[in-house]
Design a binder for this molecule. Structure first.
Ligand code: AMP
Length: 202
């Protein structure tokens, strides 16, 4: 299925109208994500989206699903979290005709930045955003490939809010609900986390 077909489906409102059709698309997308066991360390089931991105139908369905959801939401910027959130975030921003903002790991952005620390399993990490990337009237969609504990997303939400932006929603390809990240984000920040599919475990 190419972008043209997706455009027709969007026009007809099929994404919204038919739950059966929607579930079918979601299971096609899920089936194209491969799992690499014990990577990067023993016990982790790494949900690898490169197998989805390399597939033209998988890529079009994924981006088309996000675009269909947000095309009338008044989004003014898409903020993508390094690194895989850059891929989907930039494609969705292009289709929504809005700008893209990178949320990067510490020390990568050349301009004036603000930072936010978040907890990892062992220790902490930091994400940054350019100070002038978000303005108080922005309605921001935050994107990443996957939500696990929600630590990274929580820090990204704080950054957007520090600059006065409103977070419309967070959009992921994958949720790992057993880790409780999406529920935590909703209760702690009042931000809904939309995900195309879920995987058990971590
Ligand atoms: P968290 O901050 O715990 O929600 O972790 C989310 C970040 O870690 C995302 O940027 C993911 O790309 C990555 N991540 C965490 N767990 C996995 C996993 N099982 N498979 C693939 N990526 C993961």
């Amino acid at each position: 299925m190419g972008m043209e077909t997706l455009g027709v489906l969007k026009l007809k409102g099929l994404y919204k109208r038919s739950a059966k059709f929607y579930n079918c698309l979601m299971s096609i997308i899920k089936s194209k994500i491969r799992t690499i066991q014990d990577w990067p360390k023993p016990g982790i089931m790494f949900r690898d989206i490169t197998s989805l991105l390399i597939d033209p139908e998988g890529l079009a369905l994924t981006i088309g699903t996000f675009v269909a959801r947000y095309q009338n939401a008044g989004i003014t910027k898409v903020a993508g979290i390094e690194a895989r959130g850059f891929i989907t975030g930039a494609a969705v921003a292009f289709q929504l005709n809005v700008g893209f903002v990178p949320v990067r790991k510490k020390g990568k952005l050349p301009g004036e930045t603000i930072s936010e620390e978040y907890a990892l399993e062992y220790g902490t990490d930091m994400v940054e955003i350019h100070k002038d990337a978000i303005t108080p009237n922005d309605n921001v969609l935050i994107m990443d490939d996957l939500i696990a504990t929600g630590g990274t997303l929580g820090a990204a939400i704080k950054l957007v809010r520090k600059l006065g932006g409103k977070v419309h929603e967070a959009a992921m390809i994958i949720d790992l609900p057993d880790l409780g990240g999406s529920k935590k984000i909703t209760s702690e920040f009042g931000v809904n986390v939309y995900s195309i599919c879920e995987f058990e475990g971590h």
